[in-house]
Design a protein around this ligand. Sequence first.
Ligand code: ZN
Ligand code: ZN
Length: 396
Amino acid sequence: MEADELHQQVAELREAVVALRRELHRWPELGFQEEKTAARVAAELRHLGLDVRTGVGKTGVVGVLRGARPGKTVLLRADMDALPLQEATGAPYASENPGVMHACGHDGHTAILLTVARLLAARREALPGTVKFVFQPAEELPPGGAQAMIAEGVLEDPPVDAAFALHLWNSLPVGQIGVSAGPIMASADRFQIRIKGVGSHGAYPHLGVDPIVVGSHLVSALQTLVSRELPPLTPAVVTVGKFHAGTAFNVIPSEAELAGTVRTVDAAVRQEMPARLERLVRGLAAAMRAESEVTYTFGYPVTVNDAKMAALAAQVARQVVGEANVVAPQMSMGAEDFAYFLEAVPGCYLRLGSGNAARGLVQPHHSALFDFDEAALPIGVEVLARLALAFLHQET
Ligand SMILES: [Zn+2]
Ligand SMILES: [Zn+2]
């Protein structure tokens, strides 16, 4: 009964959630600068009668919906930030903020969560427990907004029992939902390497120590951290994304700088990587008479779905899109700061299919041509709303 009624209400809100997404899409804002977006979100949450806190983790917004009956507390999270690129979709609702674009679908996440708030606020009298609607800044900008919001108490008062979030996913067709237990997104850490050699004339390499040659060996050698040091079935990535050295064709410079990222899907492997990388850099540089300096910075941790919460999410997803459309997605080596919420409380991060090949909506996230099938929006609304209700009504 309740489920059918909810489905009907979601159908009635379809145009509203699309309009809201397009409104947000027109005015994208970068991480920790989501002023207009946050103001819009806060106004809507206040209008719904929620307790609203703004400025949480700089530009984050939290709306608390206290049900009329006692119960548990569930947190639902949407990220609000956009990316620094010029939109090239030509859509009628394209970005009106030059050089900034919602190219990851966070406009959709925000529109979905506000619509879920609308649906659940109307059920306050029958609601057992509390729903926290968390609108987070700066997911795209490590160290990110999640940590900042947690540091400012978003998981307390009342303490959160479970957390859920979803991400629009263009490599999954609209109408499908990806749910799985365990690791779903990788950790994303970064390193910087400075090779100190001795500058010299290009014709007299023996009078110097060439940091470019050392750095070139390092780029190859770093790959062995994965290919020769980790078990073949343990996923990891080491990428050197930056290699700067030299000013002239006939001069051996005195320094080279490399920077890159390390991705892992296992917390223990992740902890070992800085020592492994430093050992290799130091040893190889020393063997070639150079000095080296390594800076290693941990970023977002591995995003790990709790087994029970993933099972609940899959059960709810099957009710919304049918058994055949709930898939176990492949692990992604991308990263996500919802990981911090899932380190603190059990929960699940879902992938919401939003691709549509027939309509050409298959551009990758972070592309200037990115857009998604808006038919995903009401599906996302129904899944999150039902998931919150299912969790709060669960016996244990
Ligand atoms: Zn992104
Ligand atoms: Zn994203």
